[in-house]
Design a protein around this ligand. Structure first.
Ligand code: FES
Length: 179
């Protein structure tokens, strides 16, 4: 399975201990993601086309099928992205982790890996910020670090808006570098 985090090499960090588990007990990234995954099952059942990850962040997760390494989203189908602070989560076929798609206003968007670059927990969208529940790193909506301990920006996929209203996310290009 591919992961968004695999882009930066953080993806394989299963077993790295965090500090903010239940009642302060350590929680590793894979377990944290697993808890979110179970919340999806409870919320929708197996047949849901649009899944809720509400226990992890109050945004929908939508399965998408890439073509030639790119995901194409019709902006008309994603009214959430019309608002300057709108967000959606998508999960490309075969990927473990979702990708966060965030509106920036003026028809600008970012597509970010949700995997914290500190130790691999899943960050949560909190308005203008993305916050990591494990050790408190904070990123802006373009993935830049606002507050450590993370030192590197979130992995960001190249995006383009076409004249016919499609948001194209290139899964092969991260932070300007080909994968
Ligand atoms: S994993 Fe440590 S701050 Fe995110």
């Amino acid at each position: 399975m591919r992961t968004a985090a695999g882009v930066t090499g953080v993806a394989g960090v299963a077993g790295v201990a965090g500090e903010a588990g239940v009642a302060g007990a350590p929680m590793e990234r894979r377990r944290f993601v697993g808890l979110c995954g179970r919340a999806v099952t409870f919320a929708t059942g197996a047949a849901g086309a649009v899944l809720s990850w509400s226990s992890c962040a109050s945004v929908a997760v939508r399965p998408v099928t890439p073509t030639s390494g790119r995901v194409r989203l019709s902006l008309a189908d994603y009214p959430e992205l019309a608002a300057p602070d709108g967000s959606v989560m998508i999960r490309p076929t075969g990927w473990d982790d979702p990708i966060y798609v965030l509106a920036l206003g003026d028809r600008r968007f970012t597509a970010l890996s949700p995997i914290c670059t500190h130790r691999g927990c899943t960050v949560e969208i909190q308005g203008a910020r993305l916050e990591c529940p494990c050790h408190g790193s904070v990123y802006d909506r373009e993935g830049a670090v606002l507050h450590g301990p993370a030192e590197r920006a979130l992995s960001r996929f190249r995006t383009q808006v076409t004249s016919d209203g499609m948001l194209v996310i290139d899964l092969r290009v991260v932070d300007g570098a080909a994968r």
